[in-house]
Design a protein around this ligand. Structure first.
Ligand SMILES: Cc1ncc(COP(=O)(O)O)c(C=O)c1O
Length: 417
């Protein structure tokens, strides 16, 4: 709902050039931060109308806030989505989405190759409410098709799995799910909107950890739920009877008017301010980080102490063709290296001097982590096997440092190890 603006074509232009929904009283050029909790109304009728969804004025920051709405609007401009809700973290985006669409007796068809907390949310938190999670091998389309039935609330996977770097054939899975009236819910954290086209991938809903690429250097934690308005929720036994106001899907109405406000994991205005600034440099950072990641991936394949480099642009990746097709050959700034053992991984990591030993992805700083002992450190051996986490793997998130410095850091660490 931008002020009278012509359509903007370039990705960064759409974000940087997006005007606020309402002119700022002082002509501020950057999104002002409205830190207040409550908003005042001139009379009882207008506050009642706001509460009854008869107009869209802000009442209370847990429900909506002008600064947060400004970020949501930039995400709409970037993703081409119909509606966006910002929340406190990527996990809040995932939890709010599944609380909106799942129900006891329903099921979710999902890849088991998921970020650790996401796996635990589905397998433990959500299943305690009677939602069955059916893990499938997304490389096997027959298995995916056989798992979905009339009680399937969603197909779910990550656009590029963390840390396995696998890519599901989303357009083909979308055809299967469309025929079965199942929404495609995809965690697109690992590839930002300048790197893929949601509609071409058949994605109905995106859940994103904006802590990563969007935040502009790990400034804050945040998440967004992005609705492309493509799924007909009349097919959902849970949402079919939900009202559908103009310009909003039944999913979005249920999420905004009930789930998100009741769960209470709202994004703060300060976070929205920082993330809106982060979005303005998203494309620049993404292009630079992924260019360095590609150079690093090629360079590391020539290191004798590295058993395997995983990056979907390498010819050795089984997912190269899909990366070329879905992400125009740019699979981003995450790569993994396998060494001969867990001990070798520890020794290498402990010798790094530029790359930081830290969790998180797509900070401006390069980060390295040993997923098996950290993100999945409390998981049982059986769960680690299902998720496919190897003990000899280091995940590297490539930042903005020079390629030469990062290459020298890893080479030095390998030789000292
Ligand atoms: C793919 C993916 N999804 C979701 C999350 C959770 O995001 P957050 O830490 O913002 O809750 C992460 C975190 O690393 C992630 O990598």
């Amino acid at each position: 709902m931008e002020q009278n603006q012509p359509p903007l074509s370039g990705f960064s232009t759409r974000i940087v050039g997006r005007k606020f929904a309402k002119p700022d009283a002082h002509g501020a050029i950057t999104l002002p931060v409205y830190r207040n909790a409550a908003f005042e109304f001139p009379d009882s009728e207008s506050i009642a109308a706001a509460f009854q969804h008869r107009h869209e004025l802000h009442t209370y920051t847990r429900i909506s806030n002008p600064t947060v709405a400004g970020l949501e609007d930039k995400v709409k401009a970037a993703s081409g989505a119909e509606n966006v809700v910002a929340v406190a973290s990527g996990m809040a985006a995932i939890a709010n989405t599944f609380m909106t669409i799942a129900y006891a007796g329903g099921n979710i068809v999902a890849s088991p190759h998921l970020f650790g907390n996401t796996f635990a949310f589905l397998k433990s938190t959500l299943s305690a409410f009677g939602v069955e999670v059916r893990f499938v091998n997304t490389d096997n389309l027959d298995e995916v098709a056989a798992a979905a039935d009339q009680h399937t609330c969603a197909f779910f996977c990550e656009i590029l799995t963390n840390p396995h770097l696998e890519i599901a054939n989303l357009p083909e899975i979308a055809k299967i799910m469309q025929a079965k009236h199942v929404p495609m819910v995809i965690d697109t954290t690992i590839i930002p909107w300048c790197g893929f086209e949601a509609k071409a991938c058949g994605i109905d809903l995106e859940v994103v950890s904006t802590t990563k690429y969007i935040s502009g250097g790990a400034t804050t934690t945040g998440g967004v739920i992005v609705d492309h308005g493509t799924f007909d929720w009349q097919h959902s036994p849970k949402l079919a009877k939900t009202p559908q106001p103009k310009g909003m899907s039944q999913f979005m109405f249920k999420l905004k008017s009930e789930i998100a406000r009741n769960m209470g994991a709202c994004m703060t205005p300060d976070t929205a301010y920082l993330q809106a600034l982060g979005m303005e440099t998203l494309q620049l950072r993404y292009e630079k980080m992924s260019e360095t990641a590609w150079k690093l991936a090629q360079h590391l394949t020539r290191q004798p102490k590295i058993v395997k480099v995983c990056y979907p642009k390498l010819e050795t990746s089984a997912y190269k063709k899909l990366a070329d097709r879905l992400f125009s050959g740019n699979p981003g700034a995450m790569l993994t290296i396998a060494l001969e053992s867990k001990e070798a991984c520890y020794r290498c990591m402990d010798s790094l001097t530029i790359i930081r030993r830290a969790t998180n992805l797509f900070d401006n700083k390069s980060l390295a982590i040993h997923p098996e002992s950290t993100i999945y450190g409390t998981f049982s051996p059986e769960m680690k096997r299902v998720i496919g986490i190897a003990p000899n793997l280091i995940r590297i998130s490539v930042g903005l440092e020079a390629f030469e410095d990062l290459a020298a850091d890893i080479e030095g660490a390998l030789s000292r190890a």
